[in-house]
Design a protein around this ligand. Structure first.
Ligand SMILES: Cc1cc2nc3c(=O)[nH]c(=O)nc-3n(C[C@H](O)[C@H](O)[C@H](O)COP(=O)(O)OP(=O)(O)OC[C@H]3O[C@@H](n4cnc5c(N)ncnc54)[C@H](O)[C@@H]3O)c2cc1C
Ligand SMILES: *[C@@H]1O[C@H](CO)[C@@H](O)[C@H](O)[C@H]1NC(C)=O
Length: 495
């Protein structure tokens, strides 16, 4: 390429840059500066803490961290990113398993919503206005303080509502009240063109549908409206723990098959009961909530639950106020989280499996799983199997017309989570998924969006999270709302 060499030799570097236009960083600096948008750059002393994700295994370097205090800042930042050719992701609680709120790559713009902390309950309608940077512990606290109101959501108070509610949001109340997502009645969204719109059942319905399942690909939600409800006077919390199930394959398989029979038995189970099963190769522990009295649980539910299975080494059943229940399952002293300087992390890899209600898990699958787990793991791991379906489940009453969320027919959702300071554990976790999936070739398993798995390529992610019908619809909407793919991560719609 003689021509290129001559030109290259001819021009000074400065002139080449001038001809090529400013770098993305210079471009952002210029535009954000002219609009007074608060931003931290890579050389800022605060940059390290601000970019540290929950999952330390996956750390990325955003080109800029915008810390807006107004909707206008968010709008200006999105417009700037579009002009400068930079991808954008919002950060709410930063708990993405794939660190997608840091962009999922180096060089994206992170919009950190830490200043969006409003929690206000309208006392007439019970609708809560919630800033998109609120952590779910502070949300639960805020609505409890304003008239003992409640919402369904996960147990870990540090999780952000921004990611949690837009990708599901499961807790013990979900079989009764739905996912967090199902209680979103509206949202303020900054779109790729910088406009601020309201999305609800009556306004911008397509967008309202799309953000409940794929918000990260359509805009930055700055504020949510949630329909809260009265907290129950009390809930019954129960926990059963077994210590011998990893010593006896027969007992392990028998116990899980019985729990599955129990979970699908409409004469004992209704929407008032929910539970998850934790196992880590040593113990198996089942914990859940019953929206009824301890007496009813003891007399009618527990005997059926434990009928014919090995006796648990520990059984706890107790009545708690809604608030005390939230603190109990948080595994902390308080559900309140600091507004800045949150500093909890892990180093991990996780995968999920959604199990369709019509198939459940088969005896052979439990056998294979026990064989696999009994060989041991190179580092600590756990599996949590949550009950989503079964008789009366509010999660599964909905269809894909309600929201861009495919998982409305699962009996179980499994999370396979491994410590990865020893990277050999990644193979072990992959192996858990493989064993389950290979044991039931007749079953179409999926994956849960809130346990986003960075090891999937984009096409696989779209298939397991959304399926073809929902994904096709999302892709059309993406072309309408964000044709230049400004809102992007490696698995985003259109990636
Ligand atoms: C310790 C722990 C416990 C958990 N427990 C549960 C549980 O009990 N139940 C359950 O269902 N899940 C649980 N999860 C999973 C959790 O729901 C997801 O990790 C969730 O997506 C995290 O939300 P976040 O706002 O903290 O994440 P972030 O990393 O801030 O965001 C996740 C994704 O959502 C996007 N996003 C965030 N805010 C917005 C916004 N305002 N507008 C547009 N896009 C946005 C981000 O860009 C990113 O792509 C848990 C996770 C952890 C780490
Ligand atoms: C369902 O539970 C009832 C007890 O409430 C029991 O009699 C019945 O056998 C169970 N059905 C199945 C299929 O296990």
């Amino acid at each position: 390429m003689k021509y290129a060499i001559i030109i290259g030799g001819f021009l000074s570097t400065g002139l080449v840059q001038a001809l090529a236009g400013p770098s993305p960083g210079e471009c952002l600096e210029y535009i954000l500066g002219s609009k007074n948008v608060p931003v931290k750059w890579i050389n800022d002393p605060a940059y390290g803490d601000l970019t540290e994700p929950f999952n330390l295994r996956l750390q990325y370097k955003p080109i800029a961290i915008v810390i807006p205090t107004t909707n206008q800042h968010v709008q200006d930042a999105v417009v700037a990113a579009g002009k400068c050719g930079v991808k954008v992701q919002a950060k709410s609680g930063g708990h993405s398993y794939a660190s997608f709120s840091s962009g999922g790559q180096d060089g994206s713009m992170m919009i950190d919503l830490q200043s969006f902390q409003e929690v206000t309950v309208d006392q007439n309608t019970g609708i809560a206005t919630v800033g998109a940077g609120v952590r779910i512990g502070n949300l639960a606290q805020g609505i409890w303080d304003q008239g003992k109101r409640a919402l369904p959501h996960g147990t870990c108070p540090g999780v952000g509502i921004g990611g949690h509610a837009t990708h599901g949001g499961y807790g013990h109340a979900s079989r009764n009240w739905g996912l967090s997502m199902d209680t979103i009645v509206g949202a303020e969204v900054v779109l790729a063109d910088g406009s601020l719109v309201y999305a609800s059942a009556n306004q911008n319905f397509e967008l309202y549908w799309a953000i409940r399942g794929a918000a990260e690909s359509f805009g930055i939600i700055t504020s949510f409206k949630f329909q809260t409800r009265n907290a129950p006077e009390s809930v019954t919390y129960f926990q059963f723990q077994w210590s011998g199930l990893f010593k006896s394959k027969t007992d392990f398989v028998k116990t899980f098959l019985h729990i599955q029979d129990f979970a699908t038995n409409g004469t004992v189970v209704d929407n008032r009961i929910s539970f998850g099963i934790y196992m880590d190769g040593t113990v198996v522990s089942l914990g859940g909530a019953f929206f009824g009295s301890v007496e009813e649980f003891e007399q009618r539910v527990k005997p059926e639950f434990l009928r014919g299975v090995p006796a648990p080494v520990n059984v706890n059943v107790g009545s708690y106020s809604w608030y005390d229940y939230l603190v109990l399952v948080s595994d902390k002293d308080t559900i309140k989280e600091p507004l800045t300087g949150y500093d909890e992390h892990d180093h991990f890899f996780a995968k999920s499996v959604t199990v369709p209600e019509k198939d459940g898990l088969k005896e052979n699958t439990f056998n294979q799983l026990w064989d696999y787990l009994s060989k041991g793991s190179p580092a600590p791991y756990f599996i949590i199997t949550n009950l989503y379906g079964g008789p009366g489940s509010s999660i599964n009453y909905k269809t894909e017309h309600f929201a861009a969320y495919a998982d409305r027919d699962s009996l179980w959702v499994l999370q396979n989570y491994g410590d990865t300071e020893n990277p050999a554990n990644i193979d072990f976790i992959n192996g858990i998924n493989d064993v389950i999936i290979k044991s039931q070739p007749e079953t179409t398993f999926g994956a849960y969006l809130n346990y986003v798995d960075p090891s999937y390529d984009a096409a696989t992610a779209h298939k397991v999270y959304y399926g073809d019908a929902i994904y096709g619809k999302l892709l059309k909407l993406k072309q309408k709302y964000d044709p230049r793919k400004i809102f992007w991560n490696p698995q985003a719609i259109g990636a």
